[in-house]
Design a protein around this ligand. Structure first.
Ligand SMILES: C=CC(=O)SCCNC(=O)CCNC(=O)[C@H](O)C(C)(C)COP(=O)(O)OP(=O)(O)OC[C@H]1O[C@@H](n2cnc3c(N)ncnc32)[C@H](O)[C@@H]1OP(=O)(O)O
Length: 333
């Protein structure tokens, strides 16, 4: 197959428009590995890119899709051979480099990792950037003292979203008590099914912290939301608790004081999955393959095709997507 189908974005007079196109291999950018993409996903960042928001894409026409899994078709790098199954997340693929919403992608070998043992390409993408980021957050919390023996609940904000759903399952399966904060009361039963034991209305947190320090409530936090929510979280953590900052769905500003850090020893940990070093990335994928219950992963995943993405992209920005969406790229439009 030398021609392939892709969802492309074009920009005219500042307006970004998606369309399904047929492309040739010669259209692909430079890179040493060409991958036949089987599955991609929809993440919040993809929603921004599909909507032409956030100044994440600088050059059009563009193929979005911040992550993908597929099979190596050709390789000029000895690390990969034709037929190898691979996964890509991060490295600004789908932003400044063409991404996974095309049936072929050409990338640098060092951006790829081998498909983890025990996962199909579909399951790897059901986890995707959101799942990898959730695991990196949990690893960071554990590096800073969190263990199931620690007294108290682990808070997950944006819990019914993709990252939040995976984090909730992974934490609950490890034996943590999970407090899930969501803006959607309709998803409370879903979150209990993932293992959450306490449900919190996001309005409790999204107004920010009324005082520099609030009652000590949580032993750790995986935060997808940022903004005033993160400020409220920091003020309400138990002594020495770690907080993993993974996302900005609720805003990029952080209006807090130093008191949670000085008087309670709170550790605010930044989670960057896009340029995470390969050794850490491999460790996280290996743990995901071992620790994520695949039946539950399947339950929190819905499937889409390339042509569905413009509508789904608008929905994820409104917080209207539950769990994870995988995109069957191999199936075409
Ligand atoms: C997919 C993950 C990544 O891209 S990780 C890469 C590293 N991080 C970044 O690049 C930051 C940019 N990305 C984000 O901020 C993402 O939102 C994310 C990492 C935090 C989560 O992405 P995901 O794909 O899981 O998004 P969802 O739309 O599925 O879930 C988001 C969750 O947040 C709720 N939410 C949205 N807006 C607000 C708001 N203003 N205040 C509070 N909460 C908000 C949204 O409704 C979802 O949770 P819910 O349970 O429905 O409340």
């Amino acid at each position: 197959m030398s021609d392939f189908t892709a969802l492309m974005l074009h920009e005219t007079d500042g307006k970004v428009t998606p369309s399904i196109r047929r492309l040739a291999d010669a259209d692909l950018p430079a890179g040493d590995v060409t991958v036949r993409v089987e599955w991609s996903t929809l993440n919040y960042k993809d929603g921004l890119i599909l909507g032409g928001l956030g100044r994440l894409v600088r050059t059009y026409p563009h193929i979005p899709g911040i992550d993908f899994a597929g099979i190596v078709e050709t390789s000029d790098n000895p690390a990969y051979q034709p037929g190898d199954k691979v996964v890509l997340t991060g490295w600004r693929v789908g932003e400044i480099h063409w991404g996974g919403y095309g049936q072929k992608a050409r990338v640098k070998a060092e951006w790829l990792v081998p498909l983890p043992d025990g996962l199909s390409t579909r399951q790897a993408m059901a986890l995707g950037t959101a799942g990898l980021t959730a695991m990196l957050a949990i690893m960071a919390l554990e590096d800073h003292g969190l263990s199931p023996e620690v007294d108290g609940e682990v808070l997950v904000t944006g819990a019914a979203g993709g990252l939040g759903s995976v984090a909730t399952v992974l934490l609950a399966r490890k034996g943590y008590h999970v407090a899930a904060s969501t803006g959607r009361a309709s998803q409370h039963d879903y979150l209990k099914g993932l293992g959450a034991t306490t449900l919190i209305d996001r309005a409790e947190l999204s107004g920010g912290a009324a005082k520099p320090l609030l009652a000590e409530r949580w032993a750790a936090c995986v935060d997808s939301v940022g903004g005033p929510t993160l400020a409220a979280v920091l003020a309400g953590m138990k002594m020495r608790a770690p907080v993993a900052s993974c996302g900005n769905a609720g805003g990029i500003e952080l209006a807090t004081t130093v008191l949670p850090f000085l008087l309670r020893g709170i550790n605010l940990l930044g989670i960057d999955s896009a340029q995470c070093p390969t050794a850490r990335r491999l460790a996280a994928w290996s743990r995901l393959a071992a620790e994520m219950p695949l039946t539950l992963l399947d339950q929190l995943t819905t499937e889409a095709k390339l042509a569905d993405l413009p509508e789904l992209g608008a929905r994820i920005l409104k917080g209207d997507i539950r769990g994870r969406v995988v995109v069957n790229v191999a199936a075409g439009a």
